[in-house]
Write a protein that binds this ligand. Structure first.
Ligand SMILES: [Zn+2]
Length: 278
């Protein structure tokens, strides 16, 4: 269906007020950020994070990056700055404080065989400097300088399944968040099929709602490239208005036939026009 990727997402709006947050050593205090030419934009962005209640300021690698984040502040979606506020929360480790992105680093080190390529999300989504954070994890005995997780790191990681679930989910946010999580891609088997079917139905319902509101009487079933038998039938059945044409008023009959892996869609059909094949 048209919006087949849309799916239920859960709003998460964690307040930072009660969490114990420390200024991380790899952000505001980084000397490399204080060369005169870069001072302004980086400082401006740091201020903006502070004004918005970030107690740990995300890592800002350079002037250009700061400029981009400032420009995208309001409209950002996914990897388009700023770092969501909830991703800068502190995670307790003994007497220390880690960042969420550093827990994700442990997961990444545990999972990846090839570690030459450092994902951009550490910077964009979690506001950390990978090499600085690696040194931090190393000093706490959670990782090695070869980007390997230690047993202590593994024990620690296992305490935070929620952080990893969030990381692996589909994510979207605007501005500083909250982040919307979509877990449908993490599901397996029947659960996955059920979630996919719901998406197909939701997209169909949206299309029908649009037709009703636009006073469109008929719609036409547009099969995908390799439709299943059921969809082929839907596309070729003629109920008197043309092949694959249905009344919006009869939408329930068509809705019953929707299936989880359907990639077909519908288009408005105008019976005063010749039947156009798209
Ligand atoms: Zn189909």
């Amino acid at each position: 269906m048209l919006n087949g990727n849309e799916s239920k997402s859960i709003h998460k709006n964690k307040s930072l007020k009660n969490s114990n947050i420390l200024i991380s050593q790899d952000s505001a205090g980084n000397k490399s950020q204080k060369t005169p030419s870069q001072n302004n934009l980086i400082k401006q962005l740091q201020e903006k994070y502070k004004e918005n209640g970030y107690q740990t300021i995300p890592y800002i690698p350079n002037d250009q990056f700061a400029h981009y984040c400032l420009e995208q502040w309001e409209d950002s979606i996914r990897m388009a700055a700023p770092v969501p506020k909830e991703n800068m929360e502190a995670v307790k480790f003994e007497d220390h404080s880690l960042l969420i992105g550093e827990v994700v680093m442990l997961w990444w080190m545990n999972r990846m065989k090839k570690k030459d390529y450092i994902p951009q999300y550490f910077l964009w989504q979690y506001g950390i400097n990978f090499s600085t954070s690696l040194k931090k994890l190393e000093s706490y005995g959670l990782a090695t300088s070869e980007k390997s997780i230690t047993n202590a790191g593994l024990n620690f990681l296992n305490k935070y399944p929620k952080i990893i679930k969030h990381h692996r989910a589909g994510k979207s946010w605007t501005g500083i968040g909250p982040v919307k999580y979509d877990y449908s891609k993490l599901l397996k088997g029947e659960e996955k099929k059920e979630a996919m079917l719901q998406n197909v139905q939701k997209a169909f319902d949206n299309e029908m709602k649009f037709y009703s509101e636009s006073k469109i009487i008929y719609f036409q079933w547009m099969p995908s490239k390799n439709p299943c038998q059921l969809c082929k039938k839907l596309a070729t059945t003629d109920n008197g208005w043309g092949k694959g044409v249905y009344r919006v008023a009869d939408k329930i009959k068509v809705r019953k036939l929707l299936h989880y892996d359907c990639l077909c869609t519908t288009v408005p059909y105008d019976d005063t026009l010749p039947n156009i094949i798209f």
